[in-house]
Ligand binder design. Structure first.
Ligand code: APR
Length: 224
C-alpha cells in the first residue's frame, strides 16, 4: 500500500501546499478563502477561478518517474491525498487509486444530488450549475471542514489495517484524518517506509526514512 501527498507531483511542476518553498500554495493563498465551503459561499467565482488556474497546471504537467514507478507496482493500492490525475495518466488503473481528497478534474453538485462529472476542458473554471438538479456545481475536491468520501475512507482504513508494507511518499503528514492512516498501518504491524526530502513527524512512525525526492528514489525502490 502507498500513501501519497503533494510531494509526489512536485517534480511534475505542481506546487505543494506547505513544503519549505515560497511556491507552496498555502504560503501564497488563503486556504480559508479558496478551499473551504465558507470561502466558496462568499465568492464562488474567485474559488472557481483559482481552480481553473490549478487545473491548467495539472493539464500542462506530465507524470514523473515516481508516478510511473507506482503505476508499475501492480499489487499496490495507491491511497492519495492528491487531487491531480497524474497517477491515472501514468497508467495506474482507477481501481488501484483512492482519492481521499477528491479530484480536481471533476466537478460535482454542491447541493447534494450526487452528480459528478468531468470538467469540460475549455471551461477550466468548471460548471457553476449542476446539470442534473440545476443547483450549484463546484470542483469535486474535499475542502477544509468537509468529510472525506465515506466509501473511500473505509477502504483506505481497511487496507491500512491489513497491509504488511506501507510506502509513504511526499506528505507533510499534518492533515487529519488522512495522516492517521500511517499510524493505523504502523499499529497494525506494517513495515513503514517514508520518502520525503524533508524530515516530517511521520519519520517517528517509519521503520525507514529516505530523505530524497520521490522521482529519484521510487524507480530504484520498486519492482519493474
Ligand atoms: N519528493 C517527495 N516529497 C517531496 C518532494 C519530492 N520531490 N518535494 C516536496 N516533498 C515533500 C515536502 O517536503 C512536504 O513534506 O512533500 C510534502 C508536501 O507536503 P504538503 O505540501 O503539506 O502536502 P500534503 O502532505 O499532500 O498535504 C495534505 O493538505 O491542504 C491539504 O488537501 C490538501 O491534500 C492536501 C493535504
Amino acid at each position: 500500500m502507498v500513501f501519497c501527498g503533494a510531494g509526489l507531483s512536485a517534480e511534475s511542476g505542481i506546487p505543494t501546499f506547505r513544503a519549505a518553498s515560497d511556491h507552496a500554495l498555502w504560503s501564497r493563498y488563503d486556504p480559508e478563502e479558496l478551499a473551504s465551503i465558507e470561502g466558496f459561499t462568499r465568492n464562488p467565482d474567485r474559488v472557481r477561478g483559482w481552480y481553473a488556474w490549478r487545473r491548467g497546471l495539472v493539464a500542462e504537467a506530465m507524470p514523473n518517474d515516481a508516478h510511473h514507478a507506482l503505476a508499475g507496482w501492480h499489487e499496490a493500492l495507491l491511497v492519495t491525498q492528491n487531487v491531480d490525475d497524474l497517477q491515472e495518466r501514468a497508467g495506474a488503473p482507477d481501481e488501484r487509486i483512492l482519492h481521499l481528497h477528491g479530484s480536481i478534474v471533476h466537478d460535482r453538485c454542491h447541493d447534494g444530488c450526487g452528480w459528478v462529472g468531468p470538467v469540460e476542458s475549455e471551461a477550466g473554471g468548471g460548471r457553476s450549475e449542476c446539470p442534473r438538479c440545476g443547483g450549484v456545481a463546484r470542483p469535486a475536491v474535499v475542502w477544509f471542514g468537509e468529510t472525506l468520501p465515506q466509501a473511500v475512507w473505509t477502504r483506505a482504513c481497511r487496507a491500512c489495517s491489513e497491509t504488511d508494507l506501507l510506502l509513504v511518499v511526499g506528505t507533510s503528514g499534518v492533515v487529519q484524518p488522512a495522516a492517521m492512516l500511517v499510524e493505523m498501518a504502523a499499529d497494525g504491524g506494517a513495515y513503514v517506509v517514508n520518502v520525503n526530502p524533508e524530515p516530517t513527524p511521520l519519520d517517528a512512525l517509519a521503520d525507514a526514512s529516505i530523505h530524497a525526492p520521490a522521482a529519484g528514489v521510487l524507480p530504484a525502490l520498486l519492482p519493474d
